[in-house]
Design a protein around this ligand. Structure first.
Ligand code: NGO
Length: 521
């Protein structure tokens, strides 16, 4: 106990006990997860001396982008010069190396070693360095996330972290159709997601209330179909240059954009923009309410497929990632046979443009191509169509609405959000195993996890932050961390360490009573 107390006193002296590092370590144990890191690493062994970043410290990196990212964060909060050398042969005080990583780290993992002389992060790919950098930032005091100079000291506990993801797909969805969000707002969310090793950003680009991406061959979609939003506001749309900027920004954070054009339902904005797309040739009015299920593309019309081919063609050409999301949810104005025929044709169009289709799990009612991915958004733990598809080889992204929907209220008192799938407190969002949740959809059938944020009630970046934090980190942890690390008490402690970081960054978050937030955060 005395050793433990001495250690805690030491850590308190360097300002880390507030953030919880090692505070719960067993007295003599070498192996202890740093209590500050979300998602929990595969292994974290404490040991050796701590490292303190000095004013004269230097940075080296084998990847210019990741080095520049780290330098940007550290220079802002420490005020140190931190000169960066790319491709140096002698390691700097913090060295990011694309060599020496154990094979187990794979394409996204890393090994971080911290000792008196410095910190070394080794990875096989730049993505691994980036994820290692996020871990390093979470091992530093929370003030490191401040945009203005703070006093420090900037100490990292000594030890070794070995880490890599459980699932290859760790996503977040932002609905930019119900309310439009600017490029800057999307980039802000990307930056927040990147802290938790999220690697897919799914953009819900079209719905009944708005069409948000310029399509050159069908210009009215954006200029007219994008001219409003839920509640009747002005809406907006991304030019193709805007979309390309988002894709590039996401890529700089090792995040792949998955664009969604929802169809055959959720298409009122498109049907309102072009009368000939309607079975009766009459364009309906724009829609600013929140009902679902009333619109459908005209499945029997040849023009429908010309339209989809051109829209998908332009979007696929702008999208470097492998996936294009076709929606497919809540097509209650489309007959079952029309739906099957439609999903069959759309999969072929998407494949012809070199992408794999993703669809909300409703698409499992139709025969699926081997490359098509289903995104489960149900509220039950059994779904015979999804299970049958999985048995047939379909990969599934898990977004159960009663666990993963970031637009559900936390409690009845939450001002924003909806309740149709239930109330989702942070421990509810954390309390399920994506690899064993849905009957018949286990193991290698599960591609990963995604937290969708629908925006019927979400208007500002502060609204996004309040609904995503702290639940998004819970989902990110389910996607990244091995199930063996799953422990709600330990998770809540590690989550608590994020509070002061969000405060330092100006991120609004829900102060869940389930989490022991440090005083003042
Ligand atoms: C459903 C519906 C969306 C709503 C959302 C609100 C899916 C896949 N379709 O999820 O249109 O915005 O619920 O929670």
């Amino acid at each position: 106990m005395r050793i433990r107390h001495t250690l805690i006193t030491l850590l308190a002296a360097i300002g880390l006990v507030g953030a919880g590092v090692l505070a719960d370590a067993a007295p003599a144990a070498a192996a202890a997860l740093p209590n500050t890191v979300v998602p929990a690493p595969v292994s974290a062994v404490a040991g050796g001396s701590a490292f303190t970043l000095a004013p004269a410290a230097t940075l080296t990196s084998d990847d210019a982008g990741v080095g520049t990212y780290l330098a940007g964060v550290l220079r802002a909060s420490t005020g140190y010069a931190l000169p960066l050398t790319v491709g140096a042969t002698t390691p700097g005080s913090i060295a990011l190396e694309l060599s020496g990583a154990p094979g187990s780290t794979g394409p996204e993992g890393y090994q971080l070693t911290s000792g008196a002389s410095g910190v070394v992060i080794q990875a096989q790919q730049p993505a691994g360095l980036f994820h290692g950098v996020q871990t390093l930032l979470q091992m530093l005091p929370s003030d490191v996330m401040s945009a203005t100079v703070r006093p420090g000291p900037w100490t990292v506990p000594g030890g070794t972290v070995l880490d890599y993801p459980r699932f290859s797909y760790r996503g977040a969805m932002l609905d930019v159709a119900r309310h439009f969000f600017t490029v800057a707002q999307v980039e802000r969310y990307i930056d927040e997601l990147a802290l938790y090793k999220v690697n897919y950003l799914h953009l819900h680009l079209s719905d009944d209330q708005g069409w948000r991406i310029a399509v050159n061959s069908w210009p009215n979609l954006a200029t007219y179909g994008g001219s409003t939003e839920v509640g009747g506001g002005a809406g907006g749309f991304y030019t193709q240059a805007d979309y390309t900027a988002i894709v590039a920004y996401a890529s700089s954070r090792f995040m792949t954009v998955v664009p969604e054009i929802d169809m055959p339902g959720h298409t009122n904005a498109a049907l309102a923009s072009y009368a000939p797309l309607n079975c009766n040739g009459v364009a309906p009015p724009l829609y600013t309410g929140t009902n679902v299920g009333f619109s459908s593309l005209c499945v029997s019309l040849p023009l429908t497929y010309t339209f989809i081919d051109q829209v998908v063609g332009e979007l696929a050409a702008l999208t470097p990632g492998p996936y294009l999301h076709i929606g497919g949810d809540e097509a209650s104005s489309t007959s079952a046979s029309d739906y099957t025929s439609f999903i069959g044709q759309v999969q072929q169009i998407v494949a012809a443009h070199g992408k794999a289709a993703v669809g909300w799990h409703d698409v499992t009612k139709a025969p699926l191509q081997p490359s098509t991915v289903a995104q489960f958004w149900g509220t039950t733990t059994t779904d015979t169509n999804v299970a049958a598809a999985a048995a047939n080889g379909t990969k599934v992204v898990m977004s159960p609405a009663n666990k993963a929907y970031l637009d559900m209220k936390y409690t009845h008192k939450t001002k924003l959000g909806q309740t149709w799938a239930g109330l989702i407190e942070v421990n509810t969002a954390y309390g399920w195993d994506p690899g064993a949740y849905l009957s018949g959809v286990t193991g290698s059938s599960v591609l990963g996890v995604e937290g969708p944020l629908w925006t019927e009630t979400i208007v500002t970046s502060a609204d996004i932050d309040t609904m995503a934090f702290p639940r998004l980190p819970a989902l990110a942890e389910l996607g990244w961390s091995p199930w063996s690390t799953h422990d709600v008490t330990a998770f809540d402690q590690r989550l608590a360490a994020q509070g002061p970081r969000w405060k330092a960054m100006g991120v609004s978050y829900y102060h869940s009573p389930q989490v022991p937030w440090p005083a003042g955060s």
